[in-house]
Design a protein around this ligand. Structure first.
Ligand SMILES: Cc1ncc(COP(=O)(O)O)c(C=O)c1O
Length: 310
């Protein structure tokens, strides 16, 4: 089998407090998390810059990791500082200067009753090289999206602000559906029909140089990239409005783009064959993207507070 980008039989994975060989980082087939999706995780990136390797918003990601765990009454058996230091140590031991970072905690091997209490909480940190999730060309040329036939899971059904493994079945369906119909990515509406987000990205629309993004109480994950883009945009003098966005408003936008750790910042050039902003990356998207990449590359003194040295 050909291995996916960055996956390797070499390297080490941090597993419940110790490093194990990549190939040996295994679970029992009866772990609770495997059967019921009772796990929480994070996606974080480390960037190689002229000033060294830096992890983007490490503390915020670790905070969300713990908040997600709390939603499922899961106690991560390590202090936040230990997780942060272990993330850095995992990068160092694998000799990487830029990588994607995947911490995950899940209810482990003990019983398979639905109430997970009593199962141990297993905790893993893996790192590997992973380029922009939607492809390098996406950040320039933009991507083709479709409104998904699947609605985004509703906050009355699951605590959608948690980044929990089981929630991603919704994202998987949306992603499969979009790919099957020949699009790069899906856009999910919430159960009321308003724009929510991508399967693994938050979404922004730009109209008359104002940025719009679905408000926090919509069915969206509170994205750390989203929060960063909002802060950058406001600091640059743009107005940012968080509100409910209709399908029609998104289709009528001058520009639209996705944000997320994996996708970074990806312009949307088309939705269901309707061109957005003439099908090209727009002015506001370009300006913000340049700024964001400067921040990630440690070229913006003001935002060095967002970068944790490895
Ligand atoms: C469903 C979903 N929405 C949005 C995002 C973007 O969040 P972040 O910018 O924190 O990566 C992600 C990725 O984590 C996601 O999985």
């Amino acid at each position: 089998m050909v291995m996916a980008e960055g996956f390797t039989d070499e390297g080490k994975i941090w597993y419940n407090g110790a490093f194990v060989d990549w190939k040996e980082a295994k679970v029992h087939v009866l772990v609770h998390g495997l059967h019921y999706g009772s796990g929480v995780f994070e996606g974080i990136r480390c960037y190689a810059t002229e000033k060294g390797s830096f992890i983007f918003r490490l503390r915020e990601h670790v905070d969300r990791f713990y908040r997600s765990a709390q939603s499922y009454k899961m106690e991560i058996p390590y202090a936040k500082d230990v997780i942060e230091e272990s993330i850095k140590a995992t990068i160092r031991i694998n000799g990487l200067d830029a990588c994607y970072i995947r911490p995950i905690a899940f209810y482990g091997y003990h019983h398979l009753g639905l109430n997970p209490i009593g199962c141990p909480v297993d905790c893993v940190i893996a790192v590997w090289p992973w380029s922009a999730y939607l492809g390098e060309e996406a950040s320039e040329g933009g991507i083709r999206c479709t409104f998904s036939t699947w609605r985004r899971i509703d906050p009355s059904t699951l605590p959608i602000t948690a980044k929990a493994t089981g929630h991603y079945l919704n994202s998987i369906l949306a992603s499969l559906d979009a790919k099957e119909r020949g699009f790069d990515e899906a856009i999910l509406l919430d159960t009321k029909g308003y724009v929510a987000e991508g399967p693994g990205e938050n979404i922004f629309a730009v109209k008359n140089a104002t940025l719009y993004t679905p408000e926090a109480r919509s069915s969206v994950l509170p994205g750390i990239t989203k929060a960063s883009i909002i802060e950058l945009a406001r600091d640059m003098g743009y107005k940012v409005v968080e509100k409910r966005i209709t399908k029609a408003e998104l289709l009528d936008a001058d520009e639209a783009f996705f944000t997320g750790t994996a996708a970074e910042m990806a312009p949307i050039r088309e939705i269901d064959n309707v061109l957005i902003g003439g099908g090209k990356k727009g002015e506001v998207t370009s300006v913000l993207q340049r700024k964001f990449f400067d921040v990630l590359n440690a070229r913006e003194e003001k935002y060095m507070k967002w970068l944790a040295p490895v």
